[in-house]
Design a protein around this ligand. Structure first.
Ligand SMILES: [Cu+2]
Length: 96
């Protein structure tokens, strides 16, 4: 069986991850952010959610970089939270 070095590293990370589980980061695409106050509204709402630690706005690409404690929330919960205030979103990148 051949395993590419990068796959092996990913595997080692996956095995080791419970040791340092939190925090994690996801990039959330929010197509509905169409004026500069949208991200402010979303950021405020997300920061009230349990487990959300930081929200950085990339307005030009309509993305949020959300840091969260993966023992207290999940990327899916973050998506649902933005949708709940009128901004459906997608997770762009689930890795850290
Ligand atoms: Cu707006």
């Amino acid at each position: 069986m051949k395993i590419a070095p990068s796959a092996l590293i990913t595997l080692l990370f996956a095995m080791a991850s419970p040791v340092w589980a939190a925090p994690r980061t996801v990039i959330v695409k929010v197509p509905g952010m169409n004026c500069p106050t949208c991200p402010v509204t979303i950021k405020k709402a997300l920061l009230k959610d349990k487990g959300v630690e930081n929200v950085a706005v990339r307005y030009d690409s309509k993305e949020l970089v959300v840091s969260f404690d993966d023992e207290r929330t999940t990327p899916d919960a973050i998506m649902k939270s933005t949708a709940a205030i009128g901004f459906p979103s997608q997770i762009v990148n689930r890795s850290r």
